[in-house]
Write a protein that binds this ligand. Structure first.
Ligand code: AHR
Length: 532
C-alpha cells in the first residue's frame, strides 16, 4: 500500500507544485459495508483458550525473552523478567503451551528441576544446535504461569521419551500424595500439586515428533493417554479435568485426524482424548523463500492475506472429518500452532526464527482470531507461534529492551471476546483485489461478554481504500459505539526499540443515528468497539 501510495502521492505533490494545480490523484472513496447484528440470538461460547500462546525453547523465546536468571540486572522475580510479565498480564493470556514444538520431543524433564547449578547442559538439536542450559524447567514454567495468571499446557515427549518418563513427570507435577516424586517437588519449593489444563500428546508426530505413520501414532497416543495421569485431587472430574489433545493435521494432509478420530469412536475405557490439533502457518510465498518480515510492498501483503485465509478451509476440512465420528462435537479442534512465518531477520541465526512484526501481522492475527471465533462450536483453543521473540511474537526483547508488537495490541483489543458468547452477524464483505489476488475486503465478528455487553470487531484488509460500515442491530437500541483502532500509514509499519509507539491503538468511536451505528475504518485497520 503505502509504498506505492506514497510514491503516487509525492509524484502528485511534485506536479501540483510545478503547475500550481490540485493533486491529480484523489484518495479512493470508501467502500460501503452493511452489517446486520442479531443481538437477540446467542451462538456458542468463545473459549478464552482461543487466545492462548506458545513458548518453545527456541532462540530467545525463553532464554532472554522470559528467563533472565535471578542475578540479572534486568528487573525480575525469581529469574523471570518483570517487564514481559507486566505486558503479558495486560492481554490476559489464558494458557501457555510449553516446552515445544519440536523441542518437546527432545525434552527430558529431569534435566530441568532442582538446584540451578546442578542442571545438565544439553543440546537443542532442532533449533540452532545451541546449548540448552535447562535453567527454565518445570518449576520455573509454573512460576511464570502464576506471575502472568495463565493455565498450563504441557506438550509431552512421545518421540524420544518413554511413557514411564511422562508418567513420572506428571506424578512430579500433580500428585497430592507424598510420593517420592511429590516430595521432590515440595523440596523444590512447591508443596501443592500443580494444575495442568491441557496435555499435548506429542507434537507433529508425523514430522519432528517421530515421523510416525498415522496408525503407529494412534497406538503410541493411546498408551501415553493411559499412562500420563493427572493426579491433582482438584482435577479428577468435570470441567476441571485435564484435556488431552492428540496430534492431527499434517500440513495439508488429514490422515492423522482421520486415524485419531476413528480410534476415538471405538475407544475403550483406558484411554480418551478431548481434542485434536491443527498446525497451520501463514507462509506468504514458498517454504524455501517465505518472504521478508518487513520492508515489503503491497504484493507481499496481498499474498500473505491470501495465504492466511486458508485457515478457514483447513478448519472446515478438519471439522467435516470430526463431525463424521463425533457429531455431538465432544472433541475440540485446537489450532495449537499458527501465525505468519517469514524469512528470519537478516544477520540472525536462522534456527532462531526471529522476525519483525508489522501492521500486516496484526491484520493476520485479527483475521485468524475471527475465523476461530466464528468456528467456536468446534474450535476450543489456539496458540499463536510464538509468544516472545519467535515467529509472530507478542513481544520482542533485546537485552534489557522490550517492545510490544502490533500483534500484541490485537490480542489486547480482543480481550472482551474471552469467554464471550458469539452473536450472529451477516455482512457484505466486498473484495480487495490486487493483481490476480481477490479476497474479502472486510471482516466482522460480534459477541456479548460475560456482563452482557455487546462488542464488535471489524477489519478492513484493503491497504488503499477506507471502508464505511453501517451496522443495524436487532435487540438493542444503540446509543454509542466506542473502542480502539489499530492502523498505520504503511502495511509494513512496526514498532522498534527506538520507536515503540509507531503502531499502537488509538481511541475510536462510531456515530449512531436512528439505531444504526456508522463508522469508517482507514485502509488496513482493525477496530474493536463496545456498542451501548
Ligand atoms: O513453531 C516452530 C515449529 O514449528 C515448532 O517447533 C514445530 O512444532 C512447528 O513445525
Amino acid at each position: 500500500m503505502a509504498i506505492g501510495k506514497s510514491l503516487k502521492h509525492s509524484a502528485c505533490v511534485g506536479i501540483a507544485a510545478l503547475l500550481a494545480f490540485e493533486p491529480l490523484i484523489a484518495a479512493p472513496a470508501p467502500s460501503e459495508h452493511r452489517i446486520a447484528i442479531d443481538a437477540t440470538k446467542a451462538g456458542p461460547t468463545i473459549s478464552r483458550d482461543i487466545f492462548g500462546q506458545f513458548a518453545e525453547h527456541l532462540g530467545s523465546g525463553i532464554y532472554g525473552g522470559i528467563w533472565v536468571g535471578r542475578g540479572s540486572p534486568i528487573a525480575n522475580v525469581r529469574g523471570i523478567r518483570s517487564d514481559v510479565v507486566q505486558a503479558l498480564r495486560a492481554i490476559e493470556v489464558p494458557n501457555v503451551r510449553w516446552p515445544g514444538g519440536c523441542f518437546a520431543d527432545n525434552y527430558h524433564w529431569r534435566n530441568g528441576i532442582g538446584p540451578q547449578d546442578k542442571r545438565p547442559q544439553t543440546l537443542n538439536p532442532d533449533w540452532g544446535g545451541v546449548i540448552e542450559p535447562n535453567s527454565f524447567g518445570t518449576d520455573e514454567y509454573f512460576d511464570f504461569l502464576g506471575q502472568i495468571g495463565a493455565d498450563a499446557f504441557i506438550s509431552e515427549n512421545i518421540g524420544s521419551g518413554t511413557a514411564q518418563e511422562s508418567a513420572d513427570w506428571f506424578e512430579y507435577m500433580t500428585s497430592g500424595k507424598p510420593t517420592t516424586l511429590a516430595n521432590l517437588r515440595a523440596a523444590n519449593g512447591h508443596a501443592a500439586p500443580y494444575r495442568i489444563k491441557y496435555l499435548g500428546l506429542g507434537n507433529e508426530s508425523w514430522g519432528c515428533g517421530g515421523a510416525m505413520s498415522p496408525d503407529h501414532y494412534v497406538e503410541e497416543m493411546k498408551r501415553f493417554s493411559h499412562y500420563t495421569r493427572n493426579y491433582n485431587p482438584a482435577q479428577q472430574s468435570g470441567s476441571a479435568a485435564m484435556k488431552r489433545i492428540a496430534v492431527g493435521w499434517d500440513s495439508g494432509n488429514s490422515d492423522y485426524t482421520e486415524a485419531v478420530m476413528k480410534a476415538w469412536k471405538d475407544k475403550v475405557w483406558s484411554w480418551d482424548i478431548e481434542g485434536v490439533s491443527l498446525h497451520g502457518y501463514t507462509i506468504p510465498n514458498s517454504w524455501e523463500q517465505k518472504g521478508p518480515s518487513f520492508g515489503f510492498g503491497e504484493s507481499e501483503y496481498a499474498k500473505a492475506i491470501r495465504a492466511t485465509l486458508k485457515m478457514k478451509d483447513w478448519i472446515a476440512r478438519e471439522t467435516a472429518i470430526m463431525d463424521r465420528y463425533d457429531p455431538d462435537r465432544k472433541v475440540g479442534l485446537y489450532i495449537d500452532e499458527w501465525g505468519i512465518w517469514t524469512d528470519p531477520n537478516p544477520g540472525t541465526n536462522p534456527g532462531f526464527l526471529q522476525q519483525q512484526n508489522t501492521l500486516r501481522d496484526a491484520v493476520i492475527a485479527g483475521l485468524n482470531l475471527d475465523i476461530f471465533m466464528r468456528n467456536a462450536e468446534r474450535v476450543r483453543g489456539s496458540n499463536i507461534a510464538q509468544m516472545v521473540n519467535v515467529l509472530q511474537a507478542m513481544i520482542l526483547t533485546d537485552g534489557p529492551r522490550m517492545v510490544r508488537t502490533p500483534t500484541y495490541y490485537v490480542y489486547r483489543m480482543y480481550v472482551p471476546f474471552h469467554d464471550a458468547t458469539l452473536v450472529p452477524v451477516a455482512f457484505d464483505p466486498g473484495s480487495y483485489i490486487f493483481g490476480t489476488i481477490s479476497v474479502p475486503q472486510v471482516d466482522a465478528v460480534a459477541a456479548r461478554d460475560k456482563a452482557g455487553n455487546l462488542w464488535l470487531a471489524t477489519i478492513n484488509v484493503d491497504p488503499d481504500k477506507p471502508a464505511h460500515f453501517v451496522a443495524s442491530i436487532s435487540g438493542i437500541s444503540a446509543r454509542d459505539a466506542a473502542g480502539e483502532l489499530l492502523t498505520s500509514s504503511r502495511v509494513d509499519a512496526h514498532n522498534s526499540f527506538e520507536s515503540p509507539n509507531t503502531v499502537i491503538p488509538r481511541t475510536f468511536a462510531g456515530h449512531v443515528a436512528r439505531g444504526t451505528v456508522e463508522f469508517d475504518l482507514p485502509p488496513a485497520a482493525i477496530a474493536v468497539v463496545q456498542v451501548r
